[in-house]
Design a protein around this ligand. Structure first.
Ligand SMILES: NC(=O)C1=CN([C@@H]2O[C@H](COP(=O)(O)OP(=O)(O)OC[C@H]3O[C@@H](n4cnc5c(N)ncnc54)[C@H](OP(=O)(O)O)[C@@H]3O)[C@@H](O)[C@H]2O)C=CC1
Ligand SMILES: O=C(O)[C@@H]1CCC=N1
Length: 284
């Protein structure tokens, strides 16, 4: 089956429609998922109205209807669960007996383990843990996916196809999801921080703030597109910018003298450690 066919026929329940599930849904709708195939839920009624307007899908709130999550999943093939890690166990527990037996539950929650999630689902319910990132919203995201033991090959392929219209999908063992959080899930924020820092300091160097922000954004985008082409490594692309005795060499020497690689490594270790810690903190 082509990914267009898959998108056309899959019935999707989206539990929680915040930053992450919103990005995933935007990517899937842009890739061809019909809006009529989607039922989403939020906690608050105001949020449901705003999100229905924003995404053009049916959104029901738990505030207005305490059965909203159960209603949303009743006819779903795929249930995309994007509530906060502290809320996911309770959310799944209250709807587990409303899930069709062959519906695939896809968790995007950081940390919370398949063992914990499986313990509040009915025995044998297919479950896929994923770690996506928000650039899915512009069709350039990353998703690490770890299919669980009750997921058939066809179901794993279906989930991969649903995501692959809006980003790179990499299958990993569940034990590697903390590494995926550090490398992709959290990583857009590192690059946004870099863009923020560049724009702030460009202003100190005399550029108007708005121009500095546009230049930083276009530079991050351009560098990303060059990296994505894949014909040269990041190291080669960096070296191409570094004219001997020039300006870039001075900047890179300054980063290296200040220990940028160690700074990045410590930040990634902190993200991965927090992911593992959340797995122990949020249990059934
Ligand atoms: N943000 C990111 O970049 C990434 C986030 N994640 C994961 O995504 C998940 C969501 O994070 P994020 O999108 O940032 O969070 P948000 O706070 O933006 O969104 C959470 C959504 O869940 C809704 N919600 C809360 N409780 C319930 C419930 N019981 N039933 C249905 N909906 C509910 C909220 O409703 P309301 O709209 O009314 O507030 C909101 O729409 C987390 O588990 C996080 O670990 C994973 C990778 C990246
Ligand atoms: O910060 C978080 O916990 C989530 C997971 C990865 C990105 N955002």
């Amino acid at each position: 089956m082509s990914s267009t066919d898959t998108l056309a026929t899959t019935r999707l329940a989206v539990l929680g429609l915040g930053n992450m599930n919103g990005a995933i849904l935007t990517g899937m709708l842009a890739a061809g998922l019909p809006a009529d195939n989607v039922v989403a839920t939020t906690r608050s009624a105001d949020s449901a109205a705003a999100k229905a307007d924003k995404y053009g899908v049916r959104v029901i709130s738990n505030e207005q209807d305490p059965q909203a999550n159960r209603t949303a999943v009743a006819e779903a093939d795929v249930v995309l669960v994007g509530v906060k890690p502290k809320d996911i166990v309770a959310a799944l527990r209250e709807l587990s007996d409303a899930l069709p037996a062959d519906a695939v539950v896809v968790s995007v929650a950081a940390g919370v383990t398949a063992k914990t999630l499986g313990s509040v689902l009915r025995a044998g319910q297919p479950l896929v843990r994923t770690m996506p990132n928000t650039p899915l919203t512009v069709g350039s995201g990353v998703v690490g996916m770890a299919p669980g033991e009750h997921v058939s090959t066809e179901q794993a392929d279906l989930i991969e196809q649903l995501f692959s219209g809006s980003g790179l999908v990499v299958r990993v063992e569940e034990s590697l999801l903390p590494a995926v959080v550090a490398t992709a899930g959290s990583a857009p924020a590192y690059l946004f921080l870099f863009a923020e820092a560049i724009a702030k300091h460009a202003e100190q160097l005399g550029l108007p703030r708005a121009d500095a922000e546009r230049m930083a954004a276009a530079t991050v985008k351009g560098a990303g597109l060059m990296l994505e082409q894949g014909d040269q490594t990041a190291e080669q692309l960096r070296t191409n910018v570094m004219s001997p005795g020039g300006t870039t060499a001075k900047a890179i020497e300054s980063f290296q003298a200040d220990g940028l690689e160690d700074i990045v490594a410590r930040a990634m270790d902190a993200a991965a450690a927090r992911d593992r810690e959340m797995g122990e903190e949020f249990t059934a």
